[in-house]
Every structure is written in C-alpha cells, then in structure tokens.
Design a protein. Structure first.
Length: 279
C-alpha cells in the first residue's frame, strides 16, 4: 500500500510541477490561438473587400484572399506550437518538404493556376465573348482559376486548361464593335468587270446592316483558272455579323445573275491535235 501511495504521490507531484511550469504557457497559447483566429478573420474580410474592389474579377479576389488567410493560419499554428514547447524547426522542415513534393506533383495544376491568374488580371476576354483559342472557337461561359469553359455553336461544352490558354494565341471576335464579312465571288472572263462590280456594290449599299463609312471593298483580287475573282468585304456591327454572313452570299449571287453576268463552273479548255496518218 505504501508503495502505491508513494507512486500516486509522485505522480501528483509531477502533475503539479508540470501544471505549474506549462499550465500558464498552455492557457496563454490557447488565448493567442483564439485571438489570432479572430484577428485573421477580420483581416481576411478587410482584404477580401479591398481585393474585390481593386481586382477585375471577384473569383480571383476571393481565391487570393483565401490563400492569404491560409498562410496566416499556418503561421499562427506554428507560433502557438512554439509557445507550448514544441520544436518547430523540424515541423517547418516537414512542411517545406511536403510543399516541395506537392509542388512537383502538381506542376500542371500550378501552371494552370498561373494561367488563370493571368487571364483574370489581363482579361483578354470575358464571359459571353466569342473567342478562338487552342484550335477551337466558342462562347466563353465560365472563367475559373484552373480552367475556362467554352460552348460551341453546336452546344458542345469544351473545358480548356488555363495554362496553355494563357500561353497561346487568343482571337477575341467580339472585342471590337465592328467586324468584316469577307466573301470571294467570281464572274466569267467574258463578262463586264465594271458591271459586276457595280452589281455587288449595290448589294452592300442596299443592306442596312452594312456600315457605309467603314471602308467596304469590292475589288478584283485574282484572275483564276476559270473566273475573274472579286473580294467583297462588308463591315457590320458585331451583333449583325452572323446574320450578314449568311444573307449576303445569296444576295450577291442573285444580283450578279440579275445583271446578266455568269458565275462560272470550274472549266478547262482542251485542244485536240490530230496527226495525219503517214502513207
């Protein structure tokens, strides 16, 4: 019994000693943790509001604010751990090694993240724009941190990683208020060029969607194998582009035919040479 009581007394004494030595530090560490989390929450909310106002995209603002908050919380946990006597040197080394391993494993994702940041900051396009990039064309439906989503004319949804997207050529068809519809049309070599040009110019002047002060062009650009080829370039508002694109071709064909001109089929003249049989 004495030995048991002695062991209990020894355990009690050690507990009192440890409580005296570390109890204050532990309580202080808890207080620092609670207050630190409260302060980080206030700072994060302030940074988030400022970022939303200062950055061009709310998604980027929220994402960067979340990264800022996570970094502050990691630093707070390390500080609290050092206050209660935990050796943080090895802890930081483990975190660094883990971060390096994760970084190497997620090189592609980090590249996409960097590309997403570039897209959201410089904004080469926005949601709703008709864009050509990475060998595809479509309307931008969503811009995320890692990927951008397109919808094609046939309603296919295409998701493109932001890394290649930010590092490649981007054609924003709707960034300008004006676009040009370009058409090649040919008439016969026996037709009157001036008459054909006048007929095509009349089509451009008659269509209200064609902007008359943007430098429209009707000109001969090539003498083809079977036709005299014209380039017809008609400028229109971007919203009217596709309607004019599909309507102007039949209108030009009808105007050329009404003017008595011919749109020839591809043809080739063949000369037959007959040799006389020798006696």
């Amino acid at each position: 019994m004495d030995s048991v009581e002695t062991q209990l007394q020894t355990f009690y004494d050690k507990a009192i000693t440890l409580g005296t030595e570390y109890g204050t530090q532990f309580i202080l560490a808890i207080v620092v943790l609670v207050v630190g989390l409260w302060v980080i929450g206030k700072l994060s909310n302030g940074v988030r509001r400022s970022a939303v106002k200062g950055l061009p995209d709310e998604t980027l603002a929220k994402f960067l604010t979340n990264i800022f908050e996570v970094i502050l919380k990691v630093l707070l946990v390390i500080s609290v751990a050092s206050m209660i006597g935990i050796q943080t040197t090895s802890f930081i080394a483990i975190l660094g090694a883990a971060g390096l391993a994760v970084g190497l494993a997620l090189q592609g994702s980090l590249s996409n993240f960097a590309g997403g940041v570039m897209v959201l900051i410089f904004r080469p396009f926005k949601v709703g724009d008709y864009v050509g990039a990475q060998g595809l064309e479509g309307v931008v439906t969503d811009i995320g941190i890692f990927v951008t989503t397109f919808m094609t004319f046939d309603k296919r949804i295409i998701i493109v990683p932001n890394g290649p997207l930010a590092n490649g050529n981007i054609i924003n068809y709707t960034a300008s208020d004006v676009r040009a519809v370009e058409i090649s049309i040919g008439i016969s070599y026996s037709d009157d060029i001036a008459k054909g040009k006048a007929a095509m110019e009349a089509v451009l002047k008659a269509d209200p969607r064609v902007l008359q002060d943007e430098g429209n062009v009707v000109a001969v650009v090539d003498l083809g194998t079977s036709s005299v080829d014209f380039l017809v370039r008609a400028f229109a508002k971007t919203d009217d582009y596709w309607g004019l694109f599909f309507d102007i071709r039949p209108a030009l064909k009808a105007a050329v035919e009404e003017a008595g001109l011919t749109i020839p089929f591809p043809q080739r003249d063949i000369h037959m040479i007959q040799e006389r049989a020798q006696d």
